[in-house]
Design a binder for this molecule. Structure first.
Ligand SMILES: [Zn+2]
Length: 369
């Protein structure tokens, strides 16, 4: 796709669009550092698709980030999730494989698009030692990271040979520029009763997801559902327990048909911009000099960019983060906190459960923003 193609919607081809200037820092998905001081998000006025105007102006930029050697070394794949189902934090791959298990036939064949080091495929292998596993990623440097028995495909979805009971697209769909081509290939390689699993940040649950600077698209459940329906897929909510609080988690099966794209309700980006403005004003009122920030993802990255040198440390329950540094500051476990520590929880109205739990379990002075 050429840069000029963004003049029309990559999904419905409409030329009607609204462009929003977002004057807040945009962060990278790899390590949540600021990659540009502001950006532009386009919204298709026909189908509601939200796209990163800047990534389409320079499409090689996104790809170069993910084929870079430094990315392979830096990428953090140990994302832990605290779930009421399990006593200890567990990895996202552990939960994903268990969510999907009941939808799989015996000896399933599974393809993971955006497989990176194969952690999700390994979880399926744990549950079902005889499944046939395939991984796809954008460049061949991933091959050595994968288990030997995984069939690996690189660069072009067209290369993938075989049909699958399950195709996983976890935290990957927002990077796939040519959505139409993606669905052509999904239909080609999905078995008749197979399902496609998609997990992607949910802009409704977490407005900060609009600040990813290195993605092509931003998703809400409505946008994803509209796209799936357009390509003849029907949706199944598989995360009834809401294990992934800030993501869209769904499975889709191909039912056929070619439904028109739905016109979506009110625009969402102006609300996100208002949200950032409000958070910024509230953060700048803090007079403390060594504030803590809870978390080590985009919410924490944004908060840190606003507070600058007044951030003293980060706090995270994730066992793989302990003793490490995030944006040059130490990451502490919350059990190291005292009553004198003031820790910002940048999770808005969806963070009240987290606030309650942390305030009960640990000594710090937590403030939900
Ligand atoms: Zn459109």
């Amino acid at each position: 796709m050429k840069a000029s193609d963004i003049k029309e919607c990559p999904l419905c081809l409409s030329k009607d669009r609204q462009v929003y200037e977002v004057d807040y820092p945009f962060l990278g998905y790899q390590d949540f550092t600021v990659i540009k001081p502001g950006g532009r998000i386009g919204e298709c006025l026909s189908c509601g698709l939200l796209f990163n105007m800047d990534s389409f102006e320079d499409p090689a930029f996104v790809e170069s980030l993910y084929t870079d050697k430094a990315y392979l070394e830096k990428k953090e794949t140990n994302h832990y999730v605290c779930s009421s189902e399990y006593k200890q934090p567990v990895t996202q791959y552990f939960l994903q494989a268990r969510l999907l298990e009941k939808y799989l036939p015996e000896n399933p064949s599974i393809l993971d698009i955006g497989c990176f080091d194969g952690k999700l495929l390994r979880e399926f292998r744990e549950l079902n030692p005889v499944s046939r596993l395939h991984g796809f990623d954008i460049d061949c440097q991933r091959r050595p990271l994968l288990p030997e028995d995984v069939v690996f495909w690189d660069k072009d979805l067209n290369k993938i040979d075989g049909t699958f009971d399950l195709i996983c697209i976890s935290h990957t769909i927002q990077y796939i520029e040519d959505i139409r081509m993606l669905f052509i290939h999904l239909k080609r390689v999905l078995k008749k009763d197979g399902i496609v699993f998609i997990q992607v940040p949910n802009l409704i649950k977490n407005p900060y997801a609009a600040l990813y600077g290195d993605v092509h698209y931003y998703y809400t459940p409505q946008i994803l559902e509209s796209i799936l329906s357009f390509f003849g897929f029907s949706l199944l909510n598989i995360d009834e327990k809401n294990l992934f609080e800030r993501d869209i988690v769904c499975a889709a099966s191909y039912v056929g048909g070619n439904n028109p794209v739905k016109v979506l309700p009110d625009p969402i980006i102006p609300g996100c911009i208002e949200y950032f403005k409000d958070v910024e004003q509230r953060l700048l009122k803090f007079k403390h000099n060594s504030l803590g920030i809870f978390g080590t993802t985009i919410n924490a990255g944004f908060t840190s960019a606003v507070l600058g040198s007044r951030v003293g440390y980060f706090v995270d329950e994730n066992p793989s983060k302990q003793g490490n540094y995030f944006q040059g500051k130490q990451v502490l476990h919350p059990d190291k906190l005292t009553r004198d520590n003031v820790i910002i929880l940048p999770y808005g109205r969806f963070g009240s459960g987290m606030y309650k739990k942390l305030s009960t379990m640990y000594k710090g002075n937590f403030i939900l923003i």
